[in-house]
Design a protein around this ligand. Structure first.
Ligand code: SAM
Length: 318
C-alpha cells in the first residue's frame, strides 16, 4: 500500500487487548482505564480476518502488542495462526516480559522472531514504583529464558523519566557492550489520562548523547525504524533513540495500528480513527475501506503545539 506521500505502508501493529497486568505511571492511571465493553473488542477470529486483509494489501511485517498482549485469553492461538501466514516475513511482539518465562517456547515455535521488552529500570524498588507493584525478577527470568532460546534480537524499550531513571542511562548503554541486544530509549510522551503525570518529567534523547561519550551513529538498520541507532566502539549491541517528541521520523513511517476495538489508527499521534469492526461485522468491503483510509495517512505528526492525543497508550498499543 503506497500512501499519498509515497510511503510504502507494510507494517501493522495489532493491539489484542487494552488490559495490562502492570500500571506504569506514564501509561495507565492507578485505577485503570475505562474498560472497553467486551462486545466492542475484536474476537481472535476477527483480528485474524482483518490481518489477512492487510496482508493481501501488502503488509509483510506484524507486531502483536497491547495492553499486555500475553494477558489476552487464548492469545497463543491467534499468534500461531498469524505466524503461519506465509506472506508475513517479520513477526514480533512487544511485552512487559512478566509472563514471558511461561510463553516464550510457544512464541518461538509459532514464528515470533523478535521481541521487544519494556523495562525502565534494573532496580527492584524502582520497578515496583513505576509499574505500581510489578516484580522485576519475573521479567529478568523471562529475558534469560528468551536469550537461552536464541531469540534475536532482543530489544529493550526504556522510557526515560526525569528524576526516576536518568541515572541508569549508562547502565543501560553498557548492557550493549558484551551482549548483542538493542537498548532503545523512548522519549516520554504526555498521552491520554497520564498526560499530567508526564509533564515536567520529559528528558530529550539528546541527553543520552551528552551523557554517554563515544556513541557512534550506526546506519545499518532499516530506515523506517523509528529509532536512530548508535553503537559504542566494539560493542556487540546497539543503542536506539526513539525521539518521538524532539524529532519526528514521519518521513519514513511505514506503520499503521489496529486497536483491540477494531479501529485503524494511521498515526500514533492523531485522534483520528477509522472503524473496521462494524464494517467487518456488517459484511461491508473492509479491504476498500482500508485502501481509502491509507490515502489519508497524515504526512507528519505535530506535537510542537502541545496537541496530544486522548486515547491512553495502553488502549492504542505501542
Ligand atoms: N504491555 C506491553 C509493554 O509493556 O511493552 C505493550 C504495550 S506498552 C503500551 C508499549 C510501549 O509503550 C512500552 O514500551 C511503554 O513503555 C510505551 N509507553 C507507554 N506509555 C508511554 C508514554 N507515555 N510515553 C512513552 N512511551 C510509552
Amino acid at each position: 500500500m503506497i500512501d499519498s506521500f509515497g510511503r510504502n505502508i507494510n507494517y501493522l501493529r495489532i493491539s489484542v487487548t487494552d488490559l495490562c497486568n502492570l500500571r506504569c505511571k506514564y501509561c495507565i492511571p492507578e485505577q485503570g482505564i475505562n474498560k472497553i465493553d467486551n462486545k466492542e473488542i475484536l474476537t481472535l477470529e476477527e483480528i485474524e480476518e482483518i490481518t489477512k486483509i492487510f496482508v493481501e494489501l501488502g503488509v509483510t511485517k506484524v507486531r502483536i502488542t497491547g495492553g499486555e498482549p500475553l494477558v489476552r485469553k487464548n492469545v497463543l492461538k491467534l499468534i500461531k495462526n498469524i505466524g503461519s501466514i506465509e506472506k508475513i516475513k517479520d513477526f514480533s511482539i512487544t511485552t512487559n516480559g512478566t509472563l514471558l518465562e511461561d510463553y516464550i517456547e510457544e512464541l518461538k515455535a509459532f514464528g515470533v522472531n523478535r521481541l521487544n521488552i519494556s523495562l525502565d529500570t534494573f532496580n527492584e524498588d524502582r520497578y515496583k514504583y513505576i509499574t505500581r507493584g510489578g516484580e522485576l525478577q519475573k521479567v529478568l527470568n523471562g529475558i534469560e529464558k528468551a536469550k537461552q532460546m536464541g531469540i534475536y534480537p532482543i530489544k529493550f524499550n526504556v522510557v526515560l523519566v526525569k528524576g526516576f531513571n536518568d541515572d541508569e542511562i549508562k547502565d543501560f548503554v553498557n548492557l550493549t557492550i558484551d551482549e548483542d541486544v538493542h537498548v532503545r530509549f523512548i522519549e516520554l510522551m504526555p498521552i491520554g489520562q497520564c498526560k499530567n503525570w508526564s509533564l515536567g518529567k520529559f528528558i530529550s534523547n539528546e541527553t543520552i548523547l551528552n551523557k554517554v561519550k563515544g556513541l557512534e551513529e550506526d546506519k545499518s538498520e532499516d530506515i523506517s525504524s523509528p529509532a536512530k541507532y548508535y553503537k559504542l566502539p566494539n560493542a556487540k549491541g546497539k543503542v536506539g533513540l526513539i525521539s518521538s517528541i524532539s524529532c519526528s521520523f514521519c518521513k519514513d513511517c511505514n506503520r499503521i495500528r489496529l486497536t483491540c476495538d477494531g479501529k485503524l489508527k494511521l498515526c500514533l499521534h492523531s485522534d483520528e480513527e477509522i472503524d473496521l469492526k462494524n464494517p467487518l461485522r456488517n459484511g461491508e468491503d473492509v479491504k476498500q475501506i482500508i485502501i481509502n483510509a491509507i490515502n489519508k495517512k497524515p504526512q507528519r505528526h505535530n506535537l510542537e503545539d502541545g496537541e496530544y492525543i486522548n486515547r491512553n497508550m495502553v488502549a492504542i498499543g505501542g
